[in-house]
Design a protein around this ligand. Structure first.
Ligand code: KIV
Length: 302
């Protein structure tokens, strides 16, 4: 049996110069696909508010929402470190409140660490989380929870002043004790500069090739989400189109009577001799049903 990986993989890979690969996951299926694809860690991002819940921003996401998805990811037992986003409002009131929320994610959601958006102004909450033994990942650049303040989904850190400030914020996050740092939607030069300035691994998303690792949203990578398409997203598949075509084919087959056929149907064993006598041999199922249907099959076998 392979050993479970831990957050130590971040430091180890930074030191060895190997890239760190993260992907978001929100449920059992996405966690298993990400694990089988070979990622190093999973992020239960508050992007779930957009790609799963259908909101226009991540702002409505609650701790309960994140917890629900963390539990589903944990049931996959991915053997990888899972990091959860602290959603908007969960760390803005007080350090005590923040720790209570994060403890739920660790104790009930099985996560190894939390991600928190913002720099220096998060000092008190980051220190409180670390005092509660909860590893913290920082997040600078385009921080979607500040969308109203930033005035839209725009590239951050352009110009000497803004880029110097972000390097300073990154150094602060390292000094306060973050184990890693997400850099979102900043110029590639700044992504590289921050990566060279800090000793903790930087995880880029729209921050150029100079970061220590990358993260993408599961639905974006697979081409499942047809909403906002930021420039930094690379779609490695067009599963959304494939899925629509599959559903169209399903509709057609049901409407024409082509599905379900005998190979997808069950028979009553007590009638087998009659069926055999009539020359209607029971066809073997061609494909073992998965998920919900597998339990129907088990019931039938019992
Ligand atoms: O919410 C999220 O998924 C994120 C990543 C894209 C960094 O914050």
């Amino acid at each position: 049996m392979s050993k479970n990986k831990t957050l130590s993989i971040f430091g180890r890979k930074k030191r060895s110069g190997e890239k760190i690969v993260l992907l978001t996951a929100y449920d059992l299926t996405s966690a298993l696909i990400a694990r089988d694809g070979g990622v190093d860690a999973l992020l239960v991002g508050d992007s779930l508010g957009m790609v799963i819940q259908g909101h226009d921003t991540t702002l409505p996401v609650t701790v309960e929402d994140v917890l629900y998805h963390c539990r589903a990811v944990a049931r996959a037992r991915p053997g990888l470190p899972v990091i959860a986003d602290l959603p908007y409002g969960s760390f803005h009131v007080s350090p005590g409140d923040t720790v209570r929320h994060a403890l739920r994610l660790v104790k009930e959601g099985g996560v190894a660490g939390v991600k928190i958006e913002g720099g220096r102004k998060r000092r008190a909450v980051i220190e409180a989380l670390l005092a509660a033994e909860i590893p913290v990942m920082g997040h600078l650049g385009l921080t979607p929870q500040s969308i109203h303040k930033l005035g839209g989904y725009k590239v951050q850190g352009r110009g000497r002043g803004a880029s110097d400030l972000m390097v300073d914020e990154a150094l602060f996050l390292e000094e306060v004790g973050c184990f890693s740092l997400v850099l979102e939607c900043i110029p590639a030069e700044l992504g590289r500069r921050i990566t060279e300035a800090v000793n903790i691994p930087t995880i880029g998303i729209g921050a150029g090739p100079g970061c220590d690792g990358q993260v993408l949203v599961f639905h974006d990578l697979l081409g499942l989400f047809s909403g906002l398409q930021p420039r930094f997203v690379k779609r490695y598949a067009e599963l959304g189109q494939t899925a629509v075509a599959a559903v169209q084919e399903y509709c057609r087959e049901v409407r024409t009577g082509a599905f379900p056929g005998p190979e997808h149907s069950f028979t009553d064993a007590s009638l087998e001799s009659t069926a055999a006598a009539e020359g209607a041999a029971e066809p073997e199922p061609q494909v073992r049903p998965a998920g919900y249907l597998a339990s129907c099959e088990r019931e039938q076998e019992d």
